[in-house]
Ligand binder design. Structure first.
Ligand code: BES
Ligand code: ZN
Ligand code: MN
Length: 514
């Protein structure tokens, strides 16, 4: 298995605009809007769900036949309901696959369309090429949802367990006209979805194959290809330059740490955004070792790094008019005779000392070095993201990232995150927690002596390293980065790619509004 299998692979279906069903398409995927509930005036046109189709794609007879067949099968159009029926003779496909969009109002909610598209994309295995009218509802949402729902990661399966039926390799997106706007919208959706898939691939690659040196090499390959400037510091350079947090966390492993820096330069804007992402390629906890149960999920502990790398690549692909530099610390947290001990004191990049009371609170140690380095560039904004605390899941569950930081920017990040359906939620940084990070011997301890507000305490720790004049947001994605349950919507199992789209939306907001 060469590394190119992951770096160069095709990460999703080929998406193509067309005003008519293609000759290779064997199915038509169509949105179904649920029957409106009878209103006060007693409307009785409420019985049947309706097809969501653009003008000129189906004729009235075809639409009526499909609606009748779906209704006979009991389809209601409720959100996410998938119904298959034979296609009318006059259509050049064998089968119609309907996906419920829910109420008509949902058509204006991009994430409802994206989720429905993702759900149906997960039900199309075995169909090589399909056409869809979901693009007539919301081209971008449909394209993103279909691409992400069709995402698979089978790199480590041999013929024995490789699925025989795969998701569509080609999807014809039906539109009323192949306008310049439609082409641009599709290009954008593909860039977004493919970048999310890059982040998913990184998270899904097991720690045996993705360790700091290899992670850095893949980031370099993908970053260079996108036109980013790439710089990598190896362990010797990190030690020489005083990156005590990254060295301290990484020194228990035979796979030595790295710091990757990727830059995209704005064409016009002078605004600078620093991105920082936690890149622990595996977190055993170190000497403060984790219990065996579910430790395998710690392959996702580089989800923040994956997201900021992918988001920086996306900034280049979309040519977002803001300068972006990702500073990405990568280390493996292992117990060994060379590992740091509970009680050790390390010196972070920039000179602050930290007493490591718990080696399992390692993310904040590598992030602190990276944040200080990132802020040497004088950014206007700093976004860091990390699978930082189990407390994030206790507070917000597995799908809702917590966002902390400077009040205004934190709220802006939460708002953009809601816009794209990633739904990060603003959380406070209670000042009183700072006292609980006092150390007996050093400037700061890496944990509090209690477990209350664990996500917020980690945020308070990071805040110590963020300059006053930088607008800052910290996004804890411990749960949302990795889907350990079944697939839902466009979220497949394993790496989710959260919060790539939130970061991209914030970058575009800054490019547009400063
Ligand atoms: N990587 C973990 C956090 C995590 C937990 C991510 C579960 C994803 C799923 C992090 O390094 C960690 O171990 N945090 C500790 C902090 C504690 C020692 C203060 C935790 O949450 O228990
Ligand atoms: Zn960790
Ligand atoms: Mn840990």
């Amino acid at each position: 298995m060469s590394k190119n299998d992951t770096v160069d692979r095709v990460r999703g279906p080929e998406l193509e605009l067309s005003t008519s069903i293609g000759k290779d398409d064997s199915a038509l995927v169509i949105g179904l809007i649920s029957a409106s509930s009878p209103d006060a005036e007693g409307a009785d046109d409420a019985a049947e769900p309706t097809l969501a189709i653009g003008d000129g794609i189906l004729d009235d007879a075809q639409a009526a036949a499909i609606t009748a067949a779906l209704t006979a099968l009991g389809a209601t159009g409720s959100h996410g309901e998938v119904t298959r029926t034979a296609a009318p003779e006059t259509l050049p496909v064998d089968v119609v696959v309907a996906v419920g969009l829910g109420d008509a109002d949902n058509l204006d909610d991009a994430d409802q369309v994206r989720q429905a598209a993702g759900i149906v994309a997960r039900e199309l295995d075995g169909l090589e090429s399909v056409a869809t009218t979901l693009s007539a509802v919301d081209l971008i949402a449909a394209a993103e949802g279909l691409f992400l729902g069709a995402y698979r990661f089978d790199e480590f399966r041999s013929e024995k367990s490789r699925p025989k039926k795969t998701p569509p390799q080609h999807i014809t997106l039906l539109v009323e006209s192949k306008s310049k706007e439609a082409r641009a919208a599709l290009e954008r959706a593909i860039a977004v979805a493919d970048s999310v898939a890059i982040a998913r691939d990184f998270v899904n690659t097991p720690p045996s194959h993705l360790y700091p040196e290899e992670f850095a090499a893949r980031a370099r390959t993908l970053g260079s290809k996108a036109g980013l400037k790439v710089e990598i510091l190896d362990d010797t350079q990190l030690a020489a330059q005083g990156y005590g947090g990254i060295i301290g966390v990484g020194k228990g492993s035979s796979r030595l740490p790295r710091l990757v820096r990727l830059s995209h330069t704005a064409k016009k804007s002078t605004k600078k955004v620093a991105l920082v992402g936690k890149g622990i390629t595996f977190d055993t906890g170190g000497i403060s070792i984790k219990p065996a149960a579910n430790m395998d999920a710690m392959t996702s502990d580089m989800g923040g790094a994956a997201a900021v790398i992918a988001a920086t690549i996306l900034a280049a692909r979309l040519d977002i008019d803001v300068s972006v530099t990702a500073t990405v610390p990568m280390a493996e947290n292992m117990p060994s005779s060379t590992a740091q001990r509970p009680g050790d004191v390390l010196t972070q990049y920039g000179g602050r000392t930290v007493e490591v009371l718990n080696t399992d609170a390692e993310g904040r140690l590598i992030l602190a070095d990276a944040i200080v380095r990132a802020c040497e560039d004088d950014p206007d904004y700093l976004i860091d993201t990390a699978t930082l605390t189990g407390a994030q899941m206790v507070a917000l569950g597995t799908r809702t990232p917590g966002v902390m930081g400077t009040d205004e920017f934190r709220d802006r990040v939460a708002a953009r995150s809601a816009d794209v359906g990633e739904n990060a939620w603003a959380m406070p940084l209670p000042a009183e927690l700072r006292a609980d990070l006092k150390s007996r011997v050093a400037d700061l301890a890496n944990v509090t002596p209690h477990r209350w507000g664990g996500m917020l305490a980690a945020g308070i720790f990071l805040k110590e390293f963020v300059p006053e004049d930088v607008q800052w947001a910290h996004i804890d994605i411990a749960g949302p980065a990795f889907n350990t349950g079944g697939p839902w919507g466009y979220t497949t199992k394993g790496g989710t790619g959260v919060p790539v789209r939130t970061i991209a939306a914030v970058l575009e907001d800054i490019a547009a509004n400063g």
